[in-house]
Design a protein around this ligand. Structure first.
Ligand SMILES: NC(=O)c1ccc[n+]([C@@H]2O[C@H](COP(=O)([O-])OP(=O)(O)OC[C@H]3O[C@@H](n4cnc5c(N)ncnc54)[C@H](OP(=O)(O)O)[C@@H]3O)[C@@H](O)[C@H]2O)c1
Length: 264
C-alpha cells in the first residue's frame, strides 16, 4: 500500500493532482485529503466518496490545526503540499503557517510512532522563479520584475521551503524528505494534460514558458511514484504539448503585487 496525503485539493494544482490520481492511481493507493471546506471539495468531485476508486479519507480543518494535520498525514509516504496563494498581499504567510503545522504534526507522529514512523517525502509546489537553474532561461530584468511584483508570494514560499530544509534532519534522525516542484507560469487550459517533462539543464532543453495545471498534476503523480530518484532535488517541470496560455489572471496577480509593494 502507498499512502498519499493531499493538501490543497480544492485549489487549481491540488485538484489537478487529484484528477491525475483518479485517472492513474498507483497500486493500492490510500489517499488522505485535508481541506478547509469539505463541501467545496465534494462539489468539485461529487463521486469521490460515493463511488471511490481507492480508499479516501477527508479531514476538514484549518491549516493551524496540528491534530487535523496529523489525521491527514499519519503514515503518509507522500505529502503533496499545494496549500498556497497566487495573490501577493503583505500579510501572506499561508505557506509558512501550513509548513509549521506539518512539521509540528510530523514531530508528534514521530514521537508517538517510534520505530514505526514513516518518513514522508513532501512534494512542495514552489516556482521556477525560486529555481536557480530555471532562472538561467529568464532574462535578468524579467526575473527581477517578477521577484518584485510577486514578492509577497515568493518570500513566504521561500521562507517556508528553507524552514523545511532546516528540519529535514534533526537530532540524527530524518523527519522528512523533500522535493521542490518548480513550474514556470501555470495556466488553466482544461482537464486534459498535454504532456510533461522534468528539465535538469535549461540550456540544453529550454522550458516552454507555460505549463497547464493538468500537466502539473500529472507531473506531481509521476514524481510521487519516482520519489526515491528525485529526493532532495528542485525539479523544473515543463510541458511537452501545446499549452493554451491565459495570461489575464497572472497579470492581475502582478498588478495586485505592484499595488501592495508600492502603495501598501
Ligand atoms: N500561477 C502561476 O503561474 C504560478 C507559477 C509558478 C508557481 N506558482 C505557485 O503556485 C501556488 C498557487 O497554487 P494554485 O494556483 O494551485 O493555488 P490556488 O488555486 O489558489 O489553490 C490554493 C489552495 O490552497 C488553499 N488555501 C489557500 N489559503 C488557505 C488558508 N489560509 N487556509 C487553508 N487553505 C488555504 C485553498 O483552499 P480553498 O479552496 O479553501 O480556498 C486551495 O486549496 C503559489 O505558491 C505560486 O507561487 C504559481
Amino acid at each position: 500500500m502507498v499512502t498519499h496525503a493531499l493538501l490543497g485539493a480544492t485549489g487549481a494544482t491540488g485538484s489537478a493532482i487529484l484528477r491525475a490520481l483518479l485517472v492513474n492511481p498507483p497500486t493500492d493507493l490510500q489517499l488522505n485529503i485535508l481541506v478547509r471546506s469539505k463541501s467545496k471539495l465534494i462539489a468539485a468531485f461529487p463521486d469521490l466518496t460515493t463511488k471511490p476508486k481507492f480508499p479516501v479519507t477527508i479531514t476538514e480543518g484549518p491549516i493551524s490545526s496540528v491534530e487535523d494535520m496529523k489525521a491527514c498525514i499519519r503514515g503518509a509516504d507522500v505529502i503533496h503540499m499545494c496549500i498556497a496563494t497566487n495573490v501577493p498581499t503583505a500579510s501572506n504567510r499561508v505557506a509558512q503557517d501550513t509548513i509549521e503545522t506539518i512539521v509540528a504534526a510530523l514531530r508528534d507522529l514521530r514521537d508517538e510512532s517510534g520505530t514505526e514512523f514513516v518518513v514522508p517525502t513532501i512534494l512542495v509546489l514552489r516556482s521556477g522563479s525560486l529555481n536557480d537553474e530555471y532562472n538561467k532561461a529568464i532574462p535578468a530584468p524579467v526575473h527581477a520584475f517578477l521577484m518584485f511584483a510577486l514578492h509577497y508570494v515568493y518570500h513566504d514560499l521561500d521562507l517556508a521551503c528553507k524552514y523545511l530544509e532546516s528540519v529535514a534532519e534533526e537530532g540524527g534522525k530524518t523527519l522528512l524528505h523533500l522535493i521542490f516542484v518548480d513550474p514556470g507560469s501555470i495556466h488553466d487550459s482544461g482537464p486534459t494534460p498535454t504532456g510533461h517533462t522534468f528539465i535538469s539543464d535549461v540550456k540544453a532543453t529550454p522550458p516552454q514558458p507555460g505549463i497547464s495545471y493538468a500537466d502539473l498534476g500529472a507531473a506531481f503523480v509521476e514524481l510521487a511514484d519516482r520519489r526515491k530518484e528525485f529526493r532532495g532535488q528542485a525539479v523544473i517541470v515543463g510541458a511537452t504539448g501545446k499549452v493554451e496560455e491565459h495570461w489575464l489572471p497572472l497579470v492581475s496577480n502582478m498588478l495586485w503585487g505592484l499595488k501592495a509593494r508600492i502603495i501598501g
